[in-house]
Write a protein that binds this ligand. Structure first.
Ligand code: ATP
Ligand code: MG
Length: 575
């Protein structure tokens, strides 16, 4: 391929809307193109990368016996009503109507569709197990699309669904996919970690997220160096700290002016923050069993929203911080001075650590007042008691007690054990060996294909541009022709291009009528793994050989350069 013929428009400036390296570089290198917020197209180079990633995924999925199909993005509302997710999914679900007023959505994921296939096409245990997958465009009307391909509203996902006759079968299917994902992300050149995760809107019992380690990642990972515990902060179990035993003292109301924060309060009363109770107030929407919720954790803790919504068994989008004034009128809550003892007409959710915590300081539900010596059981009770704590660096590991470490990652894939969540609600059954009707036991497995592309760039770049791992590089070698008017240089450059091509190397020839500096800058920006520069020494058949990942270039005999490039690419092309 000659660059002079290629559609390529690289940018020198940093696009204003892009904040992170991968977004900036993918736009600058003309790999992707923004249409509207959260909606991107793929240009020739970017499209090649995408196809490489997809090819790796296909190989690893097929190696596990999964079968590729392709379903539509348009999904009828009826299937989502059957599963109960038409309402549960919330505003992220991109709903559309046809000319007759019939409801559809643009699929954010395909559990309903694949369950529907299974219930009509699988009837006997003899057809099991099955694993069907697709690589297909998904739609999620994200609240805050950002970081380019990392959180977009239209994106490409590989989604797979397994169907087994029992839980042991599911365990095997799940392990296979877990193994395939490790291979996929390794071959894509990612440094990643598989961590236990919450199953979110997808549902089910058991789940792992695959996180590409990165400081810009939105997943926060808690892990332990002393054992194998690794989980997202949403999921990580927190150990209740045992406090020294104390006799329960009598409650005492105290005047605590201008102590709206836990820090102010602890200072004012000269107590440790862990001797106080923190209140967080919420309003719940469209859930008949709840209106207002007050959650209580120890003063030195942060509330974990996912644990709260799981404890309430409501979708995440159905809850928001309360308008404290409105809530106060109904419940007696007083923002900044809310405590569990003066509340009514609201659901009280208490962190399990508070049960044994004695003589705590809590808000008095009265402006400028707190109550000392508040004790669970005697002075207040929770409607729900649960672990509501957000884990933090240094907390004891829930498995072995060693101090927890924290890291950030980009969630590139997630695997779920769904069990019978969808087969029950959608009645997807099969006949077992004894002709008994049983629900299919399901798993589902997603990879964000386009997000993976960004994650790779996030981990593989420098100030000058992208440094593609060979396995996903749009081209393997770029032959840079320094002077396109020099016949000797032209002839050698073309020869190298043709020889490499004949040896199965994906090569581009930069034969543009541009200054050498511009060509070098573009080659760095595009991130092609090997650059062979044909310049002044072309007459002696001497070229410059440079790996994108290394700073130094070396002069080589042209044939040697070709041989070295072929060896390097072939050793790394599988990833
Ligand atoms: P997130 O927590 O980041 O919103 P999710 O857990 O809702 O993602 P899944 O339902 O597990 O996502 O989807 C499978 C995969 O699809 C994710 O692991 C991720 O790689 C990708 N993905 C999800 N949402 C987006 C998005 N808005 N843009 C790009 N990729 C996405
Ligand atoms: Mg996920």
């Amino acid at each position: 391929m000659k660059l002079s013929n290629m559609h390529l428009k690289t940018l020198r400036e940093v696009p204003t809307e892009a904040e992170i390296s991968s977004h900036i570089l993918l736009l600058r290198a003309n790999m992707i193109r923004k249409l509207v917020s959260g909606v991107y197209g793929f240009m020739p180079m970017g499209n090649r990368v995408l196809q490489k990633i997809e090819a790796i995924i296909r190989e690893e999925m097929d190696a596990k016996g999964a079968q590729e199909i392709l379903m539509s993005a348009v999904q009828p509302a009826e299937l989502w009503q059957e599963s109960g997710r038409w309402n549960a999914y919330g505003p992220e679900l991109w709903r559309v109507q046809d000319r007759h007023g019939r409801d559809f959505c643009l699929g954010p994921t395909h559990e309903e569709i694949f369950t529907d296939i299974a219930r009509s096409e699988i009837s006997s245990y003899r057809q099991l197990p099955q694993n069907l997958y697709q690589i297909q465009t998904k739609y999620r009307d994200e609240k805050r699309p950002r970081f380019g391909l990392i959180r977009s509203r239209e994106f490409i996902m590989k989604d797979a669904y397994s169907f087994d006759k029992d839980w042991e079968g599911l365990d095997k299917s799940y392990d296979d996919m877990y193994d395939a994902y490790e291979k996929v992300f390794t071959r894509c050149g990612l440094t990643f970690r598989a961590v236990e995760a919450d199953s979110g809107a997808i549902g089910g019992s058991n789940s792992h997220e695959f996180c590409a380690l990165s400081d810009i990642g939105e997943s926060v990972i808690a892990y332990c160096d002393h054992c194998d515990m690794a989980a997202t902060d949403e999921r990580a179990v927190c150990v209740d700290e045992k406090m020294p035993a104390e006799d329960e003292l009598a409650m005492e109301e105290v005047f605590t002016p201008e102590t709206k924060s836990i820090e102010d309060l602890a200072k004012f009363l000269n107590v440790e923050e862990k001797k106080t109770i923190k209140a967080l107030l919420f309003e719940v929407f469209d859930q008949p069993q709840y209106k207002y919720v007050a959650a209580f954790v120890r003063g030195d803790r942060e509330l974990n929203m996912i644990k709260l919504v799981n404890a309430l068994d409501i979708p995440e989008h159905a809850i928001d911080f309360a308008d404290e004034a409105a809530m106060g009128v109904v419940t007696g809550a007083v923002g900044g001075f809310t405590g569990p003892t003066g509340l009514h007409d609201c659901t009280i959710v208490v962190d399990s650590e508070l049960i044994e915590a004695k003589n705590m300081v809590a808000g008095a539900c009265k402006v400028d007042h707190h109550i000392k010596n508040v004790n669970y059981g005697r002075d207040y009770k929770g409607d729900i008691i649960a672990d509501l704590k957000l884990i933090k660096e240094g907390d004891p590991c829930p498995k072995c007690g060693a101090p927890i470490k924290m890291a950030r990652g980009i969630e590139v894939g997630q695997v779920f054990k769904l069990g019978t969540k969808y087969s029950d609600s959608m009645h997807a059954v099969f006949k077992d060996e004894n002709m008994n009707e049983k629900p299919l036991v399901m798993g589902c497995y997603g990879i964000g294909v386009t997000r993976t592309m960004s994650a790779i760039v996030e981990q593989h770049h420098d100030d000058n541009g992208i440094i593609w791992p060979v396995s996903v590089a749009p081209y393997h070698v770029i032959v840079t022709l320094v002077n396109s008017k020099d016949e000797t240089q032209c002839a050698l450059a073309e020869e190298l291009h043709d020889t490499l091509l004949a040896k199965g190397i994906e090569v581009i020839l930069d034969d543009r009528d541009e200054r050498a500096g511009v060509k070098f800058k573009d080659a760095d920006l595009l991130g092609i793994p090997v650059r062979i520069t044909v310049g002044k020494k072309a007459g002696e058949r001497v070229v410059e050989y440079k790996l994108r990942s290394e700073a130094q270039s070396v002069d080589k005999d042209a044939d040697q350069a070709v041989a070295d490039a072929v060896e390097f690419i072939n050793a790394n092309r599988r990833g």
